[in-house]
Design a protein around this ligand. Structure first.
Ligand code: SAH
Length: 218
């Protein structure tokens, strides 16, 4: 069950969470602002209502999680998003990350491989209020060739390598933010596609994501 009421208590907890994320080193005010506006507790079961604003991941069903707020902020900051940019997200999950991007003015194309999670978002009235988010059921390794190229790509599951088809779908000067590694811990990378297809790789901190799996799951 979910509840859609944003009380003063929720708002107070959310403010504290955002302050703590800023203290951990997130400086992009637009990221912090977007997260301050989004009621994160709407994106999970009401059983988590009291702890929804702790800086941690929570289960959302199908063995998947809504990412930790610090991680969402970190990846979003690395994207260096500008309004109206076209962003491809791999791993819709709860649609929280997609909503942060839409709240910042991006046009979001998001893919989920778990049919149940995809269906859940179809009936999720709150995220449906963002006309800037388009939901797809499919395999993120394939990307969305029909809608390519993208200004930015964000992968929210742990990839064993940089998926080649996603690179193809990135614009020149575009950036991809992706956790890479096949163990329990992955390293965050930002890949910039330069003129002539030359890749610039920057390496950041360690994170722990659920794995990016091949194919769709019914
Ligand atoms: N961005 C999400 C985080 C979800 S966790 C949020 O804000 O809540 C990662 C998600 O990636 C899971 O829902 C998982 O099912 C999905 N996923 C894993 N491999 C995938 C793939 N190949 N294509 C699309 N989605 C994938």
């Amino acid at each position: 069950m979910r509840t859609y009421e944003d009380t003063y208590r929720h708002k107070g907890m959310r403010k504290q969470l955002i302050d703590s994320i800023a203290q951990k080193g997130i400086t992009d005010e637009r990221v912090l602002d977007a997260m301050l506006h989004l009621p994160r507790h709407y994106f999970m079961d009401s059983a988590f209502d009291k702890i929804a604003y702790e800086d941690r991941a929570f289960p959302i069903g199908e063995d998947q999680t809504i990412s930790q707020p610090y991680t969402v902020a970190y990846q979003t900051q690395l994207l260096e998003l500008k309004p109206f940019e076209k962003v491809l997200e791999i791993g819709t999950g709860s649609a929280y990350q997609a909503s942060v991007l839409a709240e910042m003015g991006a046009q979001v194309f998001t893919i989920e491989r778990q049919r149940k999670l995809f269906e859940q978002n179809k009936n999720f009235q709150y995220v449906r209020k963002f006309p800037g988010i388009k939901f797809f059921y499919g395999d993120g390794y394939e990307g969305l060739p029909t809608f390519a190229p993208f200004d930015k790509i964000i992968v929210t599951a742990a990839a064993p390598l940089i998926p080649p088809k996603l690179l193809e779908q990135l614009k020149t000067q575009g950036k991809m933010v992706i956790p890479i590694g096949d163990g329990k811990v992955q390293r965050m990378f930002r890949i910039t596609k330069k003129e002539g297809g030359i890749l610039q790789e920057e390496e950041f901190d360690n994170f722990s994501f659920v794995p990016m799996l091949e194919g769709r799951n019914n």
